[in-house]
Unconditional design. Structure first.
Length: 175
């Protein structure tokens, strides 16, 4: 058997995923979207931002919005500690590519995920409940929830831009 052909087909059926924890659950994102992993640091708050948007960080001259995934997922609040990290991810939205930071309890590891083992998210009665979940996959002794970071963060971008354009329109019509 030709090993180079086998290696090429392996690349199409598996992908590397960075796994991280929020509480007792494990989540994963495509490793190719990860720009940086850094320890938690204070952010500059932005008035009227959604509660899960903690603020922004200046990373080497780029202003990066920071989202607390615990708050985004309506999980119990946790104190930020030495293992709390910010994962800076490249997100694709209607406005183009943008970096976002997500605060997580801790980073686990990078795992190879066989795409054939990924199962669809269960129906939970509302499309909003699972629209940002690419699927679930067993890894070792845990189930990993694979996130569609473009959908998850992109929804926030669409909501923010529509509400800001609505308020701009309100201000313009009031004048």
């Amino acid at each position: 058997m030709n090993t180079s052909a086998a290696e090429g087909s392996d690349a199409t059926v598996s992908q590397q995923v960075l796994t991280f924890v929020l509480g007792s659950e494990t989540y994963g994102v495509d490793i190719l979207r990860v720009q940086e992993i850094r320890g938690f640091s204070a952010v500059t708050k932005i008035p009227h931002a959604p509660s899960h948007v903690l603020g922004v960080l200046n990373l080497r001259g780029s202003i990066v919005p920071i989202v607390d995934l615990r708050m985004r997922f309506s999980l119990a609040r946790a104190e930020y500690n030495a293992v709390t990290v910010i994962i800076v991810l490249s997100v694709q939205s209607a406005n183009g590519r943008r970096d976002f930071g997500v605060v997580v309890d801790g980073v686990s590891d990078v795992v190879d995920v066989n795409k054939a083992e990924v199962r669809p998210a269960p129906e939970l009665g509302s499309a909003n409940a699972t629209e940002y979940i690419l699927g679930l996959v067993p890894v070792a002794d845990r189930m990993v929830v694979l996130l569609d970071i473009d959908c998850l963060i992109g929804n926030d971008l669409r909501t923010a831009s529509s509400s800001s354009s609505d308020s701009s329109l309100d201000r313009a019509t009031a004048a």
